[in-house]
Design a protein around this ligand. Structure first.
Ligand code: FAD
Ligand code: DLZ
Length: 516
């Protein structure tokens, strides 16, 4: 940090990160418009540590610029660095240094970053600059790191369901005293219907880009044109008002179908009854609890069934909080996990969508176009294929971190390394989410138009998921055979004739040869 003598004095420098766009954020608590400066910066280091999808960068930069403008309109002093500012130092800490060369401040105030990497960089900077860093807990989350640690301590297995019940009790969401609404904590059994026949599906609202967004889109095209993803049409909400409208729209139109069809997939239908709110929630435009309260209200007003409201609330106060807890419990090192020792590279078609497998082509092309895919596509299509094929989890992790508009390591890594790739050996989930083509056929209509035959188990034209499923189990038998939740699958394998087993393994060998 440069010498600060004779510089104008401010009390605090408040650094707001791109995913902290929230008026209630901890770092703004107690802030003073006259005494403090807010720093926000578009920096190549954050935009480039993985090759983010173009829409993801555009969303974040536009949301940051809108948020900065709103703060300025309210009278805050905001120092905002645009990416193409010739003086841009390239990093968040470099931008703090730049402010310190023309202002004297007593401390840097920040809400704890969502990623371990960023936290280390800021702590390291403060140590070497001998600066006071006031790092505050992120109060957007219900469960602090300490609380999660004490919940996890002494438990043999960490299971989301028990954690979730604590969060229900704590928030009172869908609770009658200490009893869950409807007499059950979880209505997931009702949430596995495929969408059949002609249904009229809601669409997420489209926000037309304003002048700020248009300027960002041009910048992203110029600076990140080589990154994965289609930039235009760009339709995400980028302000709090836009995000609140998207929440209202979801609560009224899609929420009623959310539960029943949560696990469904439909060719040509990219959003089904999902909320598509994760980019806004993760960036701070919506607060998780306000989203849950809105959904709870829809239930009590009779506008959404209980299985939908409970299922949705579970995703947020259950899964979302739980994966964050796991991330901070296990970092550093969690992203290096590779329980199965998988080492194949990510197939090229993850970047092009060019594959005859209709489910994968649909999930990947919509990821390219929208920077979005819903949970079952991420878990049971792209994740499942990578798991079965033995792709290096580090490569899978980097792909997911880059391609989704809602991806930050704290939420992406546990979902990918833990839930999807089982690379943590079962810390997060009790069994791998491995499935043959049958699952995809049951939950979607993709197989009807696929160039492979889901009913064919082996030989030319067989759905690749079928032989890969068995080859995965055989390859990892020493790690999985004793898992009670996979035992039945091994029994089935053991009962097969040697000829059938060989046909599976030979077909899998050919599939792997084709893609690797
Ligand atoms: P909805 O289906 O409408 O769900 C409502 C909300 O619940 C979401 O907006 C989200 O905030 C929350 N939620 C649901 N499932 C999860 C979960 N498993 N973990 C955390 N929050 C959840 N979510 C991210 O926010 N960022 C990621 O980078 C991310 N990567 C994933 C990678 C894999 C392999 C898998 C299997 C899941 C991943 N998820 C991630 C979780 C989930 O798929 C997305 O949150 C969801 O698809 C976002 O779309 P939506 O807003 O329409 O969600
Ligand atoms: C994801 C992202 C991108 C693409 N760019 C920026 C940026 O230029 N400036 C910034 O403050 N934040 C950015 N982010 C979000 C950060 O990477 C995020 O704060 C960390 O991932 C911690 O969650």
């Amino acid at each position: 940090m440069a010498s600060q003598e004779n510089l104008p004095e401010v009390r605090n420098l408040i650094l707001l990160l791109g995913d902290q766009l929230c008026r209630n954020i901890a770092s703004l608590q107690g802030a003073d418009r006259d005494l403090d400066i807010i720093l926000m910066a578009e920096v190549p280091e954050e935009a480039g540590y993985v090759r983010h999808h173009k829409k993801k960068i555009a969303f974040l930069f536009s949301a940051m610029r809108h948020f900065a403008r709103e703060l300025e309109e309210e009278g805050w002093k905001v120092r905002y660095t645009q990416l193409d500012d010739p003086e841009n130092s390239g990093s968040l800490t470099g931008e703090i240094d730049r402010v310190s060369s023309d202002h004297k401040f007593a401390r840097v105030v920040i809400t704890e970053p969502g990623e371990y990497r960023v936290k280390c960089a800021l702590v390291g900077w403060a140590e070497s600059a001998n600066a006071v860093l006031d790092m505050r807990q992120d109060s957007r989350f219900l469960c602090s790191h300490e609380r999660f640690q004490s919940w996890a301590d002494g438990r043999k297995q960490l299971r989301m369901e028990y954690f979730y019940r604590e969060m229900r009790r704590e928030t009172g969401l869908l609770m009658n005293g200490d009893q869950p609404e409807g007499g059950k904590w979880n209505f997931d059994q009702e949430n596995r219907k495929p969408v059949k026949g002609d249904v009229s599906l809601p669409r997420p609202p489209v926000t037309r880009p304003d002048a700020i967004t248009e300027e960002v889109l041009d910048l992203v095209e110029a600076q990140f044109g080589g990154h994965f993803g289609t930039l235009r049409p760009f339709w995400f909400a980028v302000t709090r008002d836009g995000a609140l409208q998207a929440l209202e729209d979801f609560a009224e139109k899609a929420l009623p179908g959310f539960g029943d069809y949560q696990d469904a997939m439909l060719e040509g239908e990219r959003f089904l009854y999902h909320s598509v709110l994760s980019p806004c929630i993760n960036a701070g435009l919506l607060e998780p609890m306000e989203v849950c309260r809105r959904v709870e209200r829809a239930y009590y007003e009779g506008k959404a069934p209980l299985n939908a409201a409970e299922g949705f609330i579970r995703q947020i106060i259950g899964w979302r909080e739980y994966v964050r807890g796991i991330y901070w419990l296990k970092m550093p090192g969690y992203t290096e996990n590779n329980f199965f020792g998988a080492s194949r590279p990510l197939p090229e078609f993850y970047w092009t969508g060019e594959t005859g497998m209709a489910c994968l082509a649909a999930a990947i092309t919509q990821t390219r176009d929208e920077a979005y895919a819903h949970h079952i596509q991420r878990l049971m299509v792209t994740g499942n294929f990578a798991l079965l094929a033995g792709v290096d989890p580090r490569e899978v992790h980097e792909w997911y971190l880059a391609v989704y508009a809602d991806a930050y390591e704290w939420v992406e890594a546990p979902n990918v390394i833990g839930m999807s790739q089982f690379a943590d050996g079962g810390l997060l989930g009790s069994k791998p989410y491995a499935a043959s083509g049958n699952y995809i056929n049951k939950m979607s209509d993709h197989c009807a138009g696929c160039s492979f035959d889901v009913k064919r188990k082996t030989g030319e034209g067989a759905c690749p998921f079928n032989p890969l499923y068995w080859e995965f189990l055989v390859r990892n038998a020493d790690k999985l055979r004793r898992n009670p939740r996979v035992r039945q699958a091994y029994r089935t394998w053991d009962r097969m004739s040697a000829e059938r087993q060989n046909a599976y393994l030979e077909t899998a060998r050919r599939v792997l040869e084709r893609y690797f």
